[in-house]
Design a protein around this ligand. Sequence first.
Ligand code: SF4
Length: 306
Amino acid sequence: MEIYLAHTQGFCAGVSRAITIVDQALKKYGPPLFVYHEIVHNKSVVSDFKSKGVTFVDTLEGVPQGARLIFSAHGVSPSVIKEAQKKNIQFIDATCPLVGRIHRRAEEFSKKGTHVVLIGHRKHEEVVGTQGYVANDLLHVVEKEKDIESLSLPTDTPVGFVTQTTLSKDDTQSIVEALHKKYPALIMPVASDICYATQNRQDAVKELCKACDIIIICGSPNSSNSQRLRETAQKHNVESILIDKADELNIALLDHVRRVGISSGASVPEYIVAGVIEKITRCCQVSKVHRSESPEKELTFSLPKI
Ligand code: SF4
């Protein structure tokens, strides 16, 4: 058996930044430290921080006046920021700068009175946060291409759109094409909202599909970009499974497999992938692990004041 590692996988710059913010805040202030939503969607990262005294919350109700809080990488709605200010909560914003860029575009559209189609998964924290930047009567959330049929705006309406950062590049393209067909005055952005990390990881999985019989994606089930990696492989007719960590890997699935591909979502620590490689090499006869240098290695986002 040979193992092929996707050339681009694991932590992106936004996730590294968010995790560093929590680490540094813990070091400087110690617990109690609150984080609004999971800092990134990865069970191991979250349980590691819990063990160090971090409390994760989904509302501000249980956060005491004046407490210290970090907003997760997925970003929050302005109403949450206002509520935090009202309670005199000292917050640090770990929103990924690429999500922040989408907030600003959505807000600009809304201020100009332009209708905004928000393409993404309705319940995903990032989408919930972005919705808050658009006035209710201008906001239209679209999850799938067929949702466009039910948009009731006149077809000559100038419409702006923004997307969740972690969608499938290919699916989003067909949604945008259908939207453009229905609304010819659609305002096209200068660049796609799907972030570089999502695109690079999907492209790397497509590369793996050319060589591999099965692809293992490391990532938590609530991680959008990890789920999209699994779907990318499946769409290219390669069997693909999503696991949180090595103990979830059913090694029997690798019976008679000669080439195994491994990738991981943008919120997955390196040690998770190392654990999967270790389990496979322990249980199967592996002749080679193919690795290549990540082209994203040097990319970082600056930190806020902590
Ligand atoms: S996946 Fe993209 S948008 Fe999300 S944290 Fe990483 S770089 Fe930022």
